[in-house]
Design a protein around this ligand. Structure first.
Ligand code: KG4
Ligand code: ZN
Length: 363
């Protein structure tokens, strides 16, 4: 086999495998020489039920479950697309960042398939997958744009001038927005993953009841800091006497106060995200913004950002709701767009290293 294969990208079929954390995702995309990448099929298995008993992701269990799921999911997407394994031109997989053991599963399966089929491999940056995922939506963006990347582990504002042309404008100095949701939710006794649960509880509460900090709102730069927010939530719970023993579910008054705390927490996170995004748009002079990553599914964030941007004549793009959180489609898509842009070389050499920590600006 040759060392490196420069692909002739003309309606290539790419199989994408995502296994960086607690979702196993596999997808098949069709990649023309230029023009939109087309999603043919995708399948997902979420490990949320399995990890819920532990209140968070257990890395060893995550890896073992990915092992069980990848091949059946790959069979499913091929069958749904009416394609067979030998028709696949490139096998793409998430190379990082993420849990090392979990990444190794996707990468191991991708390597095995690549070697068995004699097809090249391409390692993909998970966050680039999130960032490009709105290109699979019915309203895809055009370059350049500002991107607000809000996943479980990352909160970044970027200027995006094209595939692979990412300038970080600001990022979190400590907790990510997703972590702020998850850690506050955990303190409030909500199940893992806290973000969607906190958001649902917040819908029943009033957001002006608790005065919570908007960290770094006036810092003069585009960085974030969310660690203080969970401490403030904790302080309120201590004052209410609910830190170790949450109020019973049938105490309607107390549940209302808990919903108010959830609503106030969500409002603080959303407020900072929206205002910093508007500042990034103002600084760059760009009139288009893309929101990607799990927190991009948050209804309040979407509503606040849409309203603020509409007033300023700014277009906002999101991934389809079901592609906001981790999935294989965004990995296959990112591989396709990198190949189209001539930025990536798929390789026939098995790839034996994953990158649990990997800076998006460095790719
Ligand atoms: O992008 P993602 O699926 O995984 C990572 O790459 O980290 O993001 C997961 C994060 C979690 O923190 C989860 O609580 C949050 O996204 N999330 C939400 C919502 N849906 C998912 N946060 C707030 N509101 C939601 N509706
Ligand atoms: Zn993710």
């Amino acid at each position: 086999m040759s060392d490196v294969a420069q692909l002739n990208v003309s309606d290539r079929l790419i199989l994408g495998i995502e296994s960086s954390c607690d979702e196993t995702g596999v997808a098949l995309v069709s990649v023309p020489a230029s023009g939109p990448v087309r999603l043919l099929s995708h399948a997902l298995h979420s490990q949320i039920d399995m990890h819920q008993a532990y209140g968070g992701v257990v890395p060893e269990l995550a890896s073992r479950d990915h092992i069980r799921r990848v091949v059946p999911l790959a069979r499913q997407v091929l069958s749904e697309a009416g394609r067979t394994l030998p028709e696949v031109d490139v096998v793409a997989f998430t190379q990082g960042p993420g849990l090392a053991g979990a990444l190794l599963v996707g990468q191991g399966v991708a390597c095995a398939l690549g070697v068995a089929l004699g097809k090249p491999l391409l390692g993909v940056h998970h966050l680039e997958g999130h960032l490009l995922s709105p290109f699979l939506s019915v309203d895809p963006p055009e370059f350049p744009f500002v991107a607000l990347l809000v996943s479980g582990g990352h909160t970044q504002l970027m200027r995006v001038d094209g595939v692979g042309r990412y300038d970080i404008l600001g990022e979190t100095l400590d907790d990510a927005a997703g972590e702020a949701f998850d850690k506050s939710a955990k303190l409030m006794g909500l199940p893992y993953p806290g973000g969607p649960h906190l958001s649902r509880l917040a819908a029943q509460g009033r957001e002006d009841v608790f005065d919570l900090p908007r960290p770094m709102l006036h810092s003069g730069n585009l960085d974030f800091s969310f660690a203080g927010l969970k401490t403030a939530v904790r302080t309120h719970l201590v004052r209410l006497g609910w830190l170790d023993a949450l109020p019973p579910a049938d105490d309607a008054d107390a549940q209302r106060v808990l919903a108010d705390l959830a609503a106030s927490t969500q409002a603080a996170i959303v407020d900072v995200l929206v205002k910093k995004t508007l500042a990034a748009l103002k600084n760059t002079g760009l009139k288009r913004v893309v929101v990607a990553g799990g927190v991009g599914a948050n209804a309040s964030l979407r509503q606040q950002l849409n309203q603020a941007c509409q007033r300023r004549g700014i277009r906002v793009h999101y991934p389809e709701l079901h592609l906001c959180t981790d999935n294989g489609a965004m990995i296959a898509l990112a591989a396709g767009m990198r190949l189209q842009a001539g930025l990536a070389h798929a390789t026939h050499d098995p790839v034996f290293h994953v990158k649990p920590r990997w800076d998006l600006a460095a790719i």
